[in-house]
Design a protein around this ligand. Sequence first.
Ligand code: MG
Length: 232
Amino acid sequence: MIQLLTFDLDNTLWETEPVVAAAEQTLLEWLDVHAPQFSRQLDRDARRALRQEVLAAQPELRHRVTALRIAVLELGLRKAGYAPDDARELALAGFEVFLEARHALTFFPHCEPLLEQLARHYQLATISNGNADVRRLGLEKYFKVIVSADEVGLSKPDPAPFLAALERAGVEPQHALHVGDHPVDDIAGARAVGLHTLWFNRLGVEWTGTERAHGEVCCLSEIPGWLENYKG
Ligand SMILES: [Mg+2]
């Protein structure tokens, strides 16, 4: 019997790419005002190269999207000629601008009514590799447990974030089901820890992963009915 539902966030409860692209644009516009040397000194290619340079020096940041974004920005600001203290301060302020804009998102249809309904019957948790925070979105009332790769230090499909959610909820993996859009990060990752899995296949694409999920839905509204019929 399923007691705990763990949810991926990005591209499961909302579409991520447009909002991240818009947030990056908002940040660039903020930098043009507050750190004009950044765009003047670094063209698009130079800005793109920053991420690889940071990851080469600090590969562990691959799992920490927030620290990685701040480090990339800080390195860029230093390269643009800002003194280390100023670069740090501007990077932290700029990241806040990005993060605020990153939360200006639109939930997929049925998202909030679904969570409200499910929270009456199950414990709910989030397990996200990204830096969207349900607390900033007014969804925290539905989730007993909130796990992010940022905070655990390892991202899905590593077992660590799944295990953290199970431990905090006090639920064994055979009584938990993970819902997510990504065949590897969500489905293979959760399966490896022994959770049941539900693939959120919003666009109706072909399965590309290894072992299939226990179920598949293309709309959030299908989840309660699927759960009722699931005999796993
Ligand atoms: Mg996702």
